[in-house]
Design a binder for this molecule. Structure first.
Ligand code: SF4
Length: 326
């Protein structure tokens, strides 16, 4: 199907959890687009709603979680209301997923070759030999040494980093247009993390896949992403080109995440941690959810919810930018 606009459009998406005390909003009316081939980093502390955003897009939200409002369009078509079977097919073929723990995606009882071949044959019209050949090519592409030998090994015979490479191969089996990677390197040694990110980035570029990279790590974003969305308490605080958001963050929360809060009026920086913690879902403050922790908070911040407004090449949700920038 021909499609000229964004690959993915997320509009006013909310994710809610139904509880005995009523619905709790974990993702609160977020909107963003993703272009074909683009890598969007979604960053924030634990509980910001970043993983839930990825899960909602892949249609893998589990009860009591559900989409509470908004739309998700993929290649121009709504996917937030698809029947489960249609969503499952889309997920295998057009949308790939990579999770933090490779063992979530791999069956310990089958060789990686069997899992790759079955996945390839589920989604592509290939015979067994052709599928095995493609599996070997994919294992080579993700940097598994001696793939013709390793293809018949079981997941436990691979190191954590090698297993994550196998999962990247699995996610790319059907040449998806979108890959959702949720903390794909968090469980790995620092030395391995960079290699895995490099493989993910290179392969998605070569296969023409866009990526949503969910992480709590700004370093990972700086290394990998074209654009970044910073989430706080279920909302997007700031979104823009990675170089801009990482090097010259505008939202006070992004500045805090970068560990550097500008001292207003002096132009100097001092290294600071953000004090306090992300509010619980049951206790999200009114107005700007960041106001109890924000070093720049004003009187109106507790009352007015700031909406993301264009600033530079991105958008910032902060009253300091309501006039178009400071
Ligand atoms: Fe801080 Fe107010 Fe901006 Fe929120 S709206 S980030 S509290 S200055």
């Amino acid at each position: 199907m021909k499609q000229s606009g964004p690959l993915l459009e997320v509009r006013d998406l909310s994710v809610v959890f139904d509880t005995r005390r009523g619905p709790l909003t974990a993702v609160d009316r977020i909107s963003f687009d993703l272009s074909p081939g683009e890598i969007l980093g979604v960053v924030g502390e634990s509980g910001a709603g970043k993983s839930l955003t990825g899960t909602a897009i892949t249609g893998l939200l589990e009860r009591p979680g559900r989409i509470g409002g908004g739309e998700i369009r993929f290649e121009g078509n709504r996917i937030d209301n698809l029947p489960p079977e249609q969503m499952r097919r889309l997920r295998g073929r057009r949308i790939g997923a990579i999770f933090q723990d490779p063992l979530t995606s791999l069956n310990p009882l089958f060789t990686v070759g069997r899992q790759l071949v079955e996945t390839i044959q589920t989604h592509l019209d290939l015979g067994r030999e052709q599928a095995r050949q493609r599996a070997l090519e994919l294992l080579a592409e993700v940097g598994i040494p001696a793939p013709e030998k390793r293809i018949d090994h079981y997941p436990h015979q691979f190191s954590g980093g090698m297993r994550q490479r196998v999962v990247i191969a699995l996610a790319l089996c059907a040449n998806p247009k979108l890959v959702i990677a949720d903390e794909p390197t968090t469980a790995l040694d620092v030395s391995i993390q960079a290699q895995i990110l490099a493989v993910l980035k290179k392969l998605c570029r070569e296969h023409g896949a866009a990526v949503i990279l969910v992480t709590h790590d700004m370093g990972v974003i700086a290394e990998t992403a074209d654009r970044v969305a910073v989430m706080y308490s279920g909302r997007i605080a700031e979104i823009g080109p990675a170089a801009q958001v990482v090097k010259a963050p505008r939202h006070p929360y992004t500045e805090g995440l970068m560990g550097s809060i500008p001292v207003i009026g002096t132009g100097a920086d001092r290294l600071t941690q953000i004090e306090g913690s992300m509010p619980r879902l049951t206790d999200i403050p009114a107005g700007c959810a960041f106001h109890p922790r924000c070093p720049c908070a004003r009187a109106d911040c507790a009352a007015v919810r700031p909406e993301p407004r264009p600033v530079g090449d991105g958008k910032v949700a902060c009253v300091l930018y309501d006039g178009g920038g400071i």
